[in-house]
Design a protein. Structure first.
Length: 334
């Protein structure tokens, strides 16, 4: 019989071997992660309790990608400049965001609708408090959703090749003879129209000092809680609840667009995502039930009847849209 110490040692060895494999084979890991995500789609509607099963598989696959990203990031890049407390807070919020739908569905199965609403309020309260701390205490600027984005593994691989391949050296950077430090040439800088002539720290500081931008981000952070309060007051399918959340989103987006010169490239990308997310208001209650549902069905029926083989795609979508609408397109999710 193996002792507990020997078992723990074997687990640690397996864990180290896994970390080494992930850091050395990012493309293979990416293929396995994609397969795991597609399994969650296969479960939907095909087995009993498909919603909670598919959400569990999807949450676990997201967590697998997130964990593997951290392994690759730690092995390929220098993270010493990151505030450890802020990073832990980001990890917690990202994990919560990946798992929140599964937690909501699971709480509804265990404790009914009332228990689900308790979990919704608790999750959104934790997320709002965490984002507030990141923005105010740790000077993070506009908060992305999720706070830690998926790692661009292809970009890291290309950078690694450029640093090790002598044929590519000297085009966009050069190495100092004494220190060995790599310096970017002027020719390797971005086009002049994309430069803001500020470091990321200067940009974040300028945002924090600007009261208009600061208040706009505060509005975005508290929007889920305000919407939940409106739902409690006016009802889930009330136009008042819907309009309050929409106006808060429009205010923050309009304010940020007026101050784009204070934003970094990554923050502008996040602003673009927030603009695209406005389309979700077409499939949120009460807009979906009273306006959008019929038009979406008519559009999908038109495509199914006029484009060859489109029926095989459009019919399942029409069947699943009501379930997706009630599960994912709720107003407080950001």
């Amino acid at each position: 019989m193996k002792t507990i110490k020997e078992v723990n040692l074997q687990i640690k060895e397996l864990f180290q071997a896994y970390k080494k494999f992930v850091s050395e084979n990012p493309q293979t890991i990416s293929d396995l992660e994609t397969t795991a995500k597609w399994i969650s789609y296969f479960f939907a509607g095909r087995i009993s309790d498909s919603s909670i099963t598919s959400e569990l598989v999807y949450a676990l696959s997201n967590m697998l990608v997130f964990y593997n990203d951290r392994i690759i990031e730690n092995s390929k890049t220098n993270r010493s400049e990151v505030n450890p407390t802020a990073q832990k807070l980001k990890v917690m919020l990202t994990t919560l965001e990946y798992c929140e739908v599964f937690l909501e569905i699971g709480s509804k199965r265990l404790w009914g609708k009332k228990g689900r609403w308790y979990f919704i309020v608790a999750i959104q309260l934790i997320k709002s408090m965490g984002r507030f701390l990141l923005f105010k205490q740790y000077n993070q600027g506009i908060i992305t959703s999720p706070p830690i984005q998926s790692l661009d593994r292809k970009k890291i691989a290309e950078k690694e090749i450029a640093m090790t391949n002598p044929t590519t050296e000297g085009f966009n950077d050069f190495k100092l003879k004494r220190s060995g430090r790599v310096i970017r040439r002027v020719e390797g800088a971005p086009p002049i129209q994309y430069r803001n002539w500020q470091s990321s720290g200067e940009s974040s500081t300028s945002q924090k000092k600007n009261p208009v931008i600061r208040y706009a981000e505060y509005v975005y952070i508290v929007k889920p809680l305000v919407h939940l309060a409106a739902v409690q007051t006016f009802g889930y399918k009330s136009w008042k609840s819907y309009t309050i959340a929409l106006l808060m989103d429009l205010y923050t987006i309009h304010t940020y667009y007026k101050h784009q010169h204070l934003m970094t490239k990554e923050q502008k990308v996040e602003l673009s995502k927030r603009c695209v997310n406005l389309l979700l208001y077409l499939v949120r209650s009460p807009m979906y039930e009273k306006k959008s549902a019929g038009k979406i069905d008519s559009f999908l029926n038109f495509i199914a009847s006029h484009i060859p083989f489109a029926k095989n795609v459009c019919n399942p979508i029409m069947q699943y849209i009501p379930q997706w609408q009630s599960t994912y397109f709720y107003m407080w999710s950001t």
